[in-house]
Design a protein. Structure first.
Length: 344
């Protein structure tokens, strides 16, 4: 059986190449072709000898995501539907915002967390993505947009799935993104619903990337209802984990707060949020809810007035707040909408 070089770590590629009787330098050339020049075949690796390329062709291959569909929103957001080797599909979203071009990538097919306002959660968990399937989203999208001179500037693990539920593969993917493609750590963000033991593990072992917490409620009662993960990861414990999370100089934890009318958008919620974030280097990202399909109709977006009052409460308390304009709504690429093109 042929070996998928993308499934191997840098060290494993080196071992593979050595076993073929070649020098470790050749491994470095192959890694550069795969991760920097985004080669998808050995023919492209023109600085390797013809005989070595033939040898590689007989023993190895380079897997790739197959683009099934690309949609472009009126606001410039692009959504990519990719097929994996087992025919499962995942989505990645490219979001332009002033001089930033952020790629939102998936870490699982579906998701086990079951957040009530999220379409991906409705799918349940189909499977974890392998580290190379996570990084391949970046390679594939950069290759697709490269001709137009565009370059991904930021990466967020905020697509389908809960990244910390697929911890080892996600960490390996981030290591490869930073070490092999040269993408800067400070431009990568993991967004989690707050699996506390994994936040500690990330603090201990993980590369120093940015952390975002999908918070969305200020009491356990409400959070338990809309985010079942809270039953085992209470707000008090989550905030404690955030307080102890080691941040790189000048960095802050982002708290995402999807505003749901009559559920978490009251003045009291705003004041409680201020209290919860006390002592944490934070910024708040308010996301007015996006109505999704026909299935999740229990939730509504608050009125613009209510959103601004909520924002003001946080700002008056000295918090940094951004009100996220929902991008890509018309192509179901906005927050919580991924997975709507899944065929089941
Ligand atoms: S919001 Fe994130 S963690 Fe929650 S169900 Fe959706 S994908 Fe999973």
């Amino acid at each position: 059986m042929k070996t998928n070089l993308k499934a191997l770590s840098a060290k494993e590629i080196s071992e593979f190449v050595t076993e073929l009787g070649q020098s470790p330098y050749k491994a470095r050339q192959i890694i550069s072709w795969i991760y920097k020049k985004r080669a998808i075949s050995f023919e492209e690796m023109t600085d390797l000898s013809k005989s070595f390329r033939e040898q590689l062709k007989k023993t190895a291959f380079i897997s790739n995501l197959k683009l099934l569909k690309k949609q472009i929103s009126k606001d410039g957001t692009q959504k990519f539907l990719f097929e994996l080797e087992d025919k499962e599909t995942i989505e990645s979203v490219l979001i332009p915002d002033n001089n930033r071009l952020t790629l939102c990538i998936s870490s699982q097919i579906g998701c086990a967390m079951g957040c009530k306002f999220c379409m991906t959660g409705k799918l349940g968990l189909r499977r974890h993505l392998k580290s190379y399937e996570i990084i391949d989203q970046i390679i594939a999208v950069q290759k697709l947009i490269g001709d137009s001179g565009l370059k991904i500037t930021n990466i967020v693990l905020m697509g389908m799935g809960e990244p910390l539920h697929n911890f080892d593969e996600v960490i390996e993917a981030i290591r490869r993104i930073t070490n092999l493609t040269g993408f800067p750590k400070r431009k990568i963000t993991i967004s989690t619903v707050g699996i506390i033991p994994k936040i500690f593990e990330l603090a201990e072992k993980g590369p120093q990337i940015n952390l975002a917490i999908s918070l969305n409620a200020t009491t356990d009662k409400i959070r338990n209802k809309i985010m079942p993960v809270n039953k085992k990861n209470s707000l008090e414990k989550l905030m404690k984990a955030c307080r102890n999370f080691p941040l790189a100089p000048g960095r802050r934890i982002t708290f995402e707060y999807v505003l749901l009318a009559e559920i978490n958008d009251s003045k009291e919620d705003g004041l409680r949020l201020v209290k919860l974030l006390k002592g944490i280097k934070s910024k708040v990202n308010l996301i007015p809810y996006n109505p999704i399909g026909k299935t999740i109709r229990v939730f509504r977006k608050p009125s613009d007035k209510k959103i601004l009052v909520f924002q003001k409460i946080l700002q008056n308390a000295g918090l940094t707040v951004t009100l996220r304009k929902s991008k890509g709504k018309d192509i179901s690429a906005a927050c919580g909408q991924l997975g709507t093109s899944h065929d089941s």
